[in-house]
Structure formats: C-alpha cells, structure tokens
Design a protein around this ligand. Structure first.
Ligand SMILES: [Zn+2]
Length: 128
C-alpha cells in the first residue's frame, strides 16, 4: 500500500480530527487535500466486470476519468511527469484518493460486463 499501516488507521476514521488533517497535509500537501475532496465528492468508482470477475478503479478528474491500478499506476499527466519522469513523488492524488476510498470503503461500486469493459478501457487508457 502507498500509505503505512499507521496512516491507514488514521485515514480510516470516519471523522478526521484537526491533527489528522494536519498530519496528512504536512506529509502530502495539496495532493492530500485533493484526494480527500475526491473521495468525499464520490469521484472514486470501482467497476466489477463479469464474467471475468475483474476489478477496475477509476477516479473522475476535472477533465476526464483516470484509470488507477492501486499502489502502482495512474493514467494522469501528473503521474507520468512527477512520478515516472521527475521521481518527485511516489503517487499522484488519484492513487491517494483510491487508497483512501478503499480503506474507508467509501466509493461508488458499479457492475458491468466484459464487452463494455473493452470499450471503457479504450477510453481510460489514453494518457493525453
Ligand atoms: Zn493520477
């Protein structure tokens, strides 16, 4: 996981205290604020596709939807520029949002079929 067990425990609380928020802000800055807002505004979606029984996570951004592979990858520009190229961070705010959403069990769950999965993947995989 991108967060430590200690951090998972802190972020998992239903109501964050001022000191929780301060802790995460100090550590992750604006990315934390954006990630928390994304979770609270229901921008994190978990698709469950059948019959393959596969799971895909999406975070809705301002312009488009981003495909997030938990703890690993995101299709946004920031992930490419700041994480892969610059090595400035280990994750973008979408990855953080997915992690918070999963820990708190606070996301939209959708079911769909594998035919639609192929269509959606064509859209989500774009990295522009
Ligand atoms: Zn991202």
């Amino acid at each position: 996981m991108i967060l430590s067990p200690y951090e998972e425990k802190r972020i998992g609380r239903t109501t964050l205290s001022q000191s929780d928020i301060q802790y995460f802000r100090n550590r992750y800055g604006k990315r934390f604020i954006r990630a928390l807002r994304a979770v609270e505004e229901d921008k994190v979606v978990q698709y469950h596709f059948f019959p393959s029984d596969s799971i895909t996570w999406i975070v809705k951004g301002s312009a488009r939807q981003y495909l997030v592979i938990p703890d690993t990858y995101c299709t946004c520009r920031s992930f490419y520029q700041d994480v892969v190229i610059a090595g400035a961070y280990k994750f973008c705010y979408h990855l953080l949002a997915q992690s918070i959403a999963e820990i708190r069990n606070q996301f939209t769950a959708r079911k769909s079929n594998d035919a639609e999965r192929r269509i959606l993947y064509d859209k989500w995989r774009r990295t522009d």
